[in-house]
Design a binder for this molecule. Structure first.
Ligand code: ZN
Length: 286
Protein backbone atom coordinates (compact mmCIF):
# COMPACT_ATOMS: atom_id res chain seq x y z
CA UNK A 1 0.00 0.00 0.00
CA UNK A 2 1.38 3.40 -0.89
CA UNK A 3 1.34 6.31 1.50
CA UNK A 4 -1.33 8.10 -0.51
CA UNK A 5 -3.62 5.07 -0.42
CA UNK A 6 -3.12 4.73 3.31
CA UNK A 7 -3.82 8.41 3.89
CA UNK A 8 -7.17 8.03 2.10
CA UNK A 9 -8.46 6.04 5.07
CA UNK A 10 -8.22 8.98 7.40
CA UNK A 11 -11.45 10.78 8.18
CA UNK A 12 -12.36 13.86 6.14
CA UNK A 13 -12.73 17.00 8.26
CA UNK A 14 -14.19 20.43 7.50
CA UNK A 15 -11.76 23.36 7.11
CA UNK A 16 -13.02 26.94 7.14
CA UNK A 17 -11.73 30.48 6.82
CA UNK A 18 -13.61 33.57 8.02
CA UNK A 19 -12.71 36.16 5.41
CA UNK A 20 -12.49 39.53 7.12
CA UNK A 21 -9.55 41.86 7.59
CA UNK A 22 -7.54 42.53 10.74
CA UNK A 23 -9.36 45.77 11.54
CA UNK A 24 -12.84 44.17 11.27
CA UNK A 25 -12.39 41.70 14.13
CA UNK A 26 -15.13 42.17 16.75
CA UNK A 27 -12.68 42.69 19.61
CA UNK A 28 -11.16 45.63 17.68
CA UNK A 29 -14.56 47.14 16.81
CA UNK A 30 -14.64 49.60 19.75
CA UNK A 31 -11.37 51.14 18.52
CA UNK A 32 -12.04 51.46 14.78
CA UNK A 33 -15.22 53.04 13.53
CA UNK A 34 -16.86 51.48 10.49
CA UNK A 35 -16.78 54.69 8.52
CA UNK A 36 -12.96 54.50 8.63
CA UNK A 37 -12.82 51.02 7.09
CA UNK A 38 -12.43 52.30 3.53
CA UNK A 39 -9.43 54.42 4.51
CA UNK A 40 -7.45 51.55 6.08
CA UNK A 41 -5.07 49.52 3.90
CA UNK A 42 -6.50 46.01 3.38
CA UNK A 43 -4.28 42.95 3.71
CA UNK A 44 -6.97 40.39 2.96
CA UNK A 45 -6.06 39.73 -0.66
CA UNK A 46 -2.45 38.82 0.09
CA UNK A 47 -3.50 36.66 3.01
CA UNK A 48 -6.24 34.75 1.19
CA UNK A 49 -3.82 34.09 -1.67
CA UNK A 50 -1.32 32.69 0.84
CA UNK A 51 -4.00 30.36 2.21
CA UNK A 52 -5.07 29.26 -1.29
CA UNK A 53 -1.46 28.31 -1.98
CA UNK A 54 -1.14 26.50 1.36
CA UNK A 55 -4.32 24.45 0.80
CA UNK A 56 -3.23 23.67 -2.74
CA UNK A 57 0.20 22.47 -1.52
CA UNK A 58 -1.57 20.04 0.82
CA UNK A 59 -4.30 18.99 -1.59
CA UNK A 60 -6.95 20.35 0.78
CA UNK A 61 -10.13 22.31 0.26
CA UNK A 62 -11.99 24.66 2.57
CA UNK A 63 -15.13 26.75 3.00
CA UNK A 64 -14.48 30.50 2.92
CA UNK A 65 -17.11 32.45 4.90
CA UNK A 66 -16.63 35.87 3.32
CA UNK A 67 -17.98 39.27 4.32
CA UNK A 68 -20.13 40.96 1.67
CA UNK A 69 -18.08 44.12 2.37
CA UNK A 70 -14.90 42.30 1.29
CA UNK A 71 -16.52 40.67 -1.77
CA UNK A 72 -17.71 44.08 -3.03
CA UNK A 73 -14.21 45.51 -2.86
CA UNK A 74 -12.23 42.41 -3.77
CA UNK A 75 -14.41 40.43 -6.20
CA UNK A 76 -11.29 38.79 -7.64
CA UNK A 77 -10.59 37.16 -4.28
CA UNK A 78 -14.07 35.56 -4.22
CA UNK A 79 -13.60 34.34 -7.80
CA UNK A 80 -10.16 32.86 -7.09
CA UNK A 81 -11.57 30.98 -4.10
CA UNK A 82 -14.26 29.45 -6.31
CA UNK A 83 -11.87 28.78 -9.20
CA UNK A 84 -9.58 26.80 -6.87
CA UNK A 85 -12.47 24.49 -5.99
CA UNK A 86 -13.30 25.86 -2.54
CA UNK A 87 -16.78 26.59 -1.18
CA UNK A 88 -17.77 30.26 -1.04
CA UNK A 89 -20.06 30.96 1.92
CA UNK A 90 -21.31 34.01 3.82
CA UNK A 91 -20.07 35.76 6.96
CA UNK A 92 -22.75 38.47 6.65
CA UNK A 93 -22.17 41.91 5.15
CA UNK A 94 -20.51 44.16 7.69
CA UNK A 95 -19.38 41.92 10.59
CA UNK A 96 -22.06 43.01 13.03
CA UNK A 97 -22.71 40.50 15.78
CA UNK A 98 -26.19 38.94 15.53
CA UNK A 99 -26.64 39.87 19.20
CA UNK A 100 -26.21 43.58 18.32
CA UNK A 101 -28.99 43.57 15.71
CA UNK A 102 -32.77 43.32 15.63
CA UNK A 103 -34.17 40.36 13.73
CA UNK A 104 -35.05 42.63 10.77
CA UNK A 105 -31.57 44.14 10.66
CA UNK A 106 -29.96 40.72 10.89
CA UNK A 107 -32.10 39.34 8.06
CA UNK A 108 -31.33 42.34 5.85
CA UNK A 109 -27.57 41.94 6.49
CA UNK A 110 -27.44 38.25 5.59
CA UNK A 111 -29.72 38.61 2.54
CA UNK A 112 -27.51 41.45 1.27
CA UNK A 113 -24.31 39.43 1.77
CA UNK A 114 -25.75 36.38 -0.03
CA UNK A 115 -26.79 38.48 -3.05
CA UNK A 116 -23.39 40.18 -3.31
CA UNK A 117 -21.41 36.94 -2.99
CA UNK A 118 -23.57 35.11 -5.52
CA UNK A 119 -23.46 37.91 -8.07
CA UNK A 120 -19.70 38.42 -7.71
CA UNK A 121 -18.73 34.75 -7.86
CA UNK A 122 -21.59 33.30 -9.93
CA UNK A 123 -22.22 30.33 -7.62
CA UNK A 124 -24.98 29.55 -5.11
CA UNK A 125 -24.04 30.42 -1.52
CA UNK A 126 -25.66 28.03 0.97
CA UNK A 127 -23.52 28.28 4.11
CA UNK A 128 -23.49 31.06 6.71
CA UNK A 129 -21.38 31.78 9.79
CA UNK A 130 -22.34 34.50 12.28
CA UNK A 131 -19.59 36.98 13.21
CA UNK A 132 -18.01 36.01 16.55
CA UNK A 133 -20.30 32.96 16.89
CA UNK A 134 -22.96 35.38 18.08
CA UNK A 135 -25.95 33.06 18.09
CA UNK A 136 -27.00 31.81 21.50
CA UNK A 137 -29.88 31.54 23.91
CA UNK A 138 -30.57 35.27 23.62
CA UNK A 139 -31.35 35.15 19.89
CA UNK A 140 -32.54 31.72 18.69
CA UNK A 141 -34.63 33.60 16.07
CA UNK A 142 -31.38 34.07 14.15
CA UNK A 143 -31.70 30.48 12.89
CA UNK A 144 -35.15 31.29 11.48
CA UNK A 145 -33.69 34.26 9.62
CA UNK A 146 -30.79 32.23 8.21
CA UNK A 147 -33.26 29.69 6.80
CA UNK A 148 -35.54 32.48 5.55
CA UNK A 149 -32.61 34.10 3.74
CA UNK A 150 -32.18 30.87 1.77
CA UNK A 151 -29.12 29.37 3.40
CA UNK A 152 -29.03 25.58 3.87
CA UNK A 153 -26.70 25.45 6.83
CA UNK A 154 -25.11 27.52 9.54
CA UNK A 155 -21.80 27.06 11.32
CA UNK A 156 -22.29 29.70 13.97
CA UNK A 157 -22.03 27.93 17.30
CA UNK A 158 -18.89 27.21 19.31
CA UNK A 159 -20.08 25.11 22.27
CA UNK A 160 -17.49 26.48 24.71
CA UNK A 161 -17.34 28.96 27.57
CA UNK A 162 -15.69 32.20 26.39
CA UNK A 163 -16.08 35.83 27.42
CA UNK A 164 -17.07 36.99 23.90
CA UNK A 165 -18.98 34.01 22.51
CA UNK A 166 -19.99 30.42 23.06
CA UNK A 167 -23.01 28.27 23.89
CA UNK A 168 -21.44 25.58 26.10
CA UNK A 169 -24.61 23.48 26.34
CA UNK A 170 -25.29 23.37 22.57
CA UNK A 171 -24.88 20.01 20.79
CA UNK A 172 -21.25 19.30 19.84
CA UNK A 173 -22.08 17.76 16.48
CA UNK A 174 -24.35 18.77 13.58
CA UNK A 175 -27.99 19.15 14.57
CA UNK A 176 -31.25 20.55 13.28
CA UNK A 177 -31.94 23.90 14.85
CA UNK A 178 -35.09 25.96 14.32
CA UNK A 179 -36.81 25.81 10.97
CA UNK A 180 -34.94 22.59 10.15
CA UNK A 181 -31.74 24.53 9.49
CA UNK A 182 -28.63 22.38 9.99
CA UNK A 183 -26.12 23.85 12.44
CA UNK A 184 -22.57 22.53 12.12
CA UNK A 185 -20.76 23.60 15.31
CA UNK A 186 -17.04 24.27 15.65
CA UNK A 187 -15.35 21.23 17.15
CA UNK A 188 -14.79 20.74 20.86
CA UNK A 189 -13.28 17.86 22.80
CA UNK A 190 -14.64 16.54 26.11
CA UNK A 191 -12.05 16.70 28.88
CA UNK A 192 -12.15 17.53 32.59
CA UNK A 193 -15.95 17.41 32.48
CA UNK A 194 -16.33 20.25 29.99
CA UNK A 195 -16.06 21.12 26.31
CA UNK A 196 -12.62 22.37 25.36
CA UNK A 197 -12.07 24.23 22.09
CA UNK A 198 -10.58 21.99 19.40
CA UNK A 199 -11.54 23.84 16.24
CA UNK A 200 -9.33 26.91 16.16
CA UNK A 201 -9.38 30.47 17.39
CA UNK A 202 -6.74 31.99 19.65
CA UNK A 203 -6.43 28.60 21.36
CA UNK A 204 -4.74 27.13 18.32
CA UNK A 205 -2.00 29.76 18.45
CA UNK A 206 -1.80 29.81 22.24
CA UNK A 207 -1.45 26.11 23.12
CA UNK A 208 1.30 23.87 21.70
CA UNK A 209 0.32 22.30 18.37
CA UNK A 210 0.29 18.77 19.83
CA UNK A 211 -2.70 19.73 21.99
CA UNK A 212 -4.76 20.55 18.90
CA UNK A 213 -3.56 17.38 17.18
CA UNK A 214 -4.55 15.28 20.20
CA UNK A 215 -7.97 16.96 20.36
CA UNK A 216 -8.84 16.45 16.70
CA UNK A 217 -7.53 12.87 16.75
CA UNK A 218 -9.68 12.14 19.77
CA UNK A 219 -12.78 13.42 18.00
CA UNK A 220 -11.93 11.52 14.78
CA UNK A 221 -10.76 8.24 16.27
CA UNK A 222 -12.55 7.87 19.62
CA UNK A 223 -15.84 9.53 18.71
CA UNK A 224 -15.74 8.68 15.00
CA UNK A 225 -16.80 12.22 14.01
CA UNK A 226 -15.33 14.74 11.57
CA UNK A 227 -14.00 18.00 13.01
CA UNK A 228 -14.66 21.59 11.94
CA UNK A 229 -11.72 23.97 12.16
CA UNK A 230 -11.67 27.73 11.50
CA UNK A 231 -9.10 30.48 11.07
CA UNK A 232 -8.82 34.02 9.71
CA UNK A 233 -6.59 35.33 6.90
CA UNK A 234 -5.00 37.90 9.29
CA UNK A 235 -3.71 35.04 11.46
CA UNK A 236 -1.09 34.19 8.81
CA UNK A 237 0.05 37.82 8.55
CA UNK A 238 2.69 38.76 11.14
CA UNK A 239 3.35 42.00 9.19
CA UNK A 240 -0.15 43.47 9.70
CA UNK A 241 -0.31 47.00 11.16
CA UNK A 242 -0.72 46.98 14.95
CA UNK A 243 -3.84 48.52 16.46
CA UNK A 244 -2.39 50.27 19.50
CA UNK A 245 -5.70 51.53 20.90
CA UNK A 246 -6.92 48.03 21.79
CA UNK A 247 -6.48 46.88 25.37
CA UNK A 248 -3.74 44.52 26.47
CA UNK A 249 -5.92 41.39 26.52
CA UNK A 250 -7.23 42.02 23.00
CA UNK A 251 -3.75 42.72 21.68
CA UNK A 252 -2.34 39.64 23.40
CA UNK A 253 -5.02 37.41 21.85
CA UNK A 254 -4.78 38.97 18.41
CA UNK A 255 -1.02 39.14 17.96
CA UNK A 256 0.11 36.01 19.82
CA UNK A 257 2.22 33.59 17.79
CA UNK A 258 1.24 35.01 14.39
CA UNK A 259 4.72 34.10 13.15
CA UNK A 260 4.09 30.44 13.97
CA UNK A 261 0.64 30.18 12.45
CA UNK A 262 1.60 29.30 8.90
CA UNK A 263 3.91 26.44 9.91
CA UNK A 264 1.31 25.17 12.38
CA UNK A 265 -1.32 25.23 9.68
CA UNK A 266 0.97 23.28 7.41
CA UNK A 267 1.32 20.61 10.10
CA UNK A 268 -2.43 20.57 10.61
CA UNK A 269 -3.12 20.17 6.90
CA UNK A 270 -0.53 17.35 6.70
CA UNK A 271 -1.69 15.48 9.80
CA UNK A 272 -5.40 15.47 8.85
CA UNK A 273 -7.53 15.46 5.72
CA UNK A 274 -9.57 18.60 5.04
CA UNK A 275 -12.40 19.44 2.71
CA UNK A 276 -15.13 22.05 2.21
CA UNK A 277 -17.84 21.93 4.87
CA UNK A 278 -20.59 21.23 2.32
CA UNK A 279 -18.72 18.07 1.24
CA UNK A 280 -17.27 16.93 4.58
CA UNK A 281 -20.76 17.14 6.11
CA UNK A 282 -22.78 16.03 3.10
CA UNK A 283 -24.45 13.30 5.19
CA UNK A 284 -25.78 15.85 7.68
CA UNK A 285 -26.91 18.23 4.97
CA UNK A 286 -29.01 15.72 3.04
ZN1 ZN B 1 -15.55 37.11 11.79
Amino acid sequence: MTISERSDNRMMNGMSVDVEDYFQVSAMAPHISRDKWDAIPCRVERNVDLLLKLFDDHNSHATFFMLGWIAERYPGVARRIVAAGHELASHGYGHLRATDQTQDEFLADIVRAKKILESVAGVPVVGYRAPSFSIGHANPWAFDSIAEAGYHYSSSVYPVQHDHYGMPDAPRFPYHSRNGLVEIPITTVRAFGRNLPAGGGGYFRFAPYVVSRWAIRTVNEKEGRPAVFYLHPWEVDPGQPRIREANLKTRFRHYLNLTRMESRLRRLTSDFRWDRIDRAFQVDLN
